[in-house]
Design a protein around this ligand. Sequence first.
Ligand code: NAD
Length: 482
Amino acid sequence: VDLANLAHQKAVLPTTRFPLTINGLTIHTPDKGEAINPATGQTLASHALADVSHADKAVVAAKHALKSWREIPQAERQAMVAKLADTIADRREAFIRLLTAEQGKPRAGAEWEIDGSIHWLREVAQQSLPSQPIAQQADPALKVSVRRVPLGVVAAITPWNFPLLLAVWKIAPALVTGNTVIVKPSPFTPLCTLWFGELAQSVLPPGVLNVIAGGNELGQFLAEHNDVDKVAFTGSTETGRKVMRSAASNLKRVTLELGGNDPAIVLPDVDVEQVAPKLFWAAFQNSGQFCVATKRLYVHDSIYDQLCAALVRYASTVTVGDGSLSSSALGPLQNRMQYEKVLSLIEDTRKAGHRFLLGGRPDEQPGYFVPVTLIDNPPDDARCVVEEAFGPVLPLLKFSTIDEVVERANATPFGLAASVWSADVNTADSIARRLAAGTVWINQVHAFSPSIPFAGQKQSGVGVENGDDGLAEYTSLQVIMK
Ligand code: NAD
């Protein structure tokens, strides 16, 4: 027994149980899953492990609970969703520590995610889609109204980079609009979601919110299940394709938030010293494990050398380390698979002969640490430009004309987000309109809100999360005429 590790666990874990939640019951299983602390590579906690029979029971429970849940007044559902926020807010510090321990992100990032989860639950609890009468010009006697009805049972399938926030992005709108939910978190980061599912039972009727943790096969099972009416999915484009195929069985609705390869375009009129830290965090927030991280940095050739130097200088002020230490600003990668994937991308970059401005070698410390890595103007077809690294690896790319950079920025199957940086907001805006991306930020990045729709173009996604459009994705239209 590793006593030091046990003592550390005790300090970090708010509970040691982490059961599944099905039909309002906490379920402990003989087989356990293990969550690893990515900063140490050691076991953090064991948790209940679902198999497909648990997933099936969760679907039966959600289907049964739907009958009464969809009929209760929306205001009551909204009040319960607001109370879900309190279950997290009352344990804010414990959630922050647990998230850092299981995901790896340092405190500032964990606060952002936990506070964001609370904020989303409270804000979405105030959203609604009212029934609307439609005036008929041709036949004034005809009364037409359009209402929004819940879809039914929703499977929410989430990744490991923002495990709680991305679950809440699905749970809140699904419940407010009268659906019931089964959440299946990533096998790499189940703890915060399992704990939240357990706490939520003090607020919700049984079966309205079920949480099952286990392998990828659970996701596939839910995506294929005939009694699941919608899959709300965040994850990779490859898995998104599989979900869409599975969902075809009963033509279930899908919302897919997938991968990205976001360009940032930096015009020659910026204040280089001022934008360098912002660009740094645009790329390296959450150690680059962010669907909307800047993954290609296009810099006008007149300021390229100056910006490279400023980024290298700024990077030297940022400490990479165990997220539970207050000195760490960047944590490890979340899991071994991703760590090895990013190291192989770095190795490939080295073999191809591209030049590193910074980083490029694995860290010596235990855990899944990769240093901040900047690559000097690799060709457009280099792997580190074409692929989503999903780690702290950023290619810097020179451009000379707007037409050229717009074409290069758009030359990707992804279309999640982008950013444009300029002292002239009008010029930046005119470039933004030419970019094939669902969100374009100007002189900023990563601004999200429960009221602002978020949707990927091209192979970055299908459908919308957040805003009225996001809420509507949990409903069907019903037209009543009399
Ligand atoms: P992943 O696709 O490997 O896994 C996501 C989830 O899908 C996990 O819960 C997994 O168990 C489940 N799953 C696996 N196979 C499945 C199947 N056949 N059917 C149904 N579910 C299945 O993704 P990941 O590695 O956890 O996350 C990283 C990816 O997520 C990156 O590509 C990133 O860009 C993307 N991402 C996108 C957004 C966005 O909003 N667009 C946000 C965060 C992450």
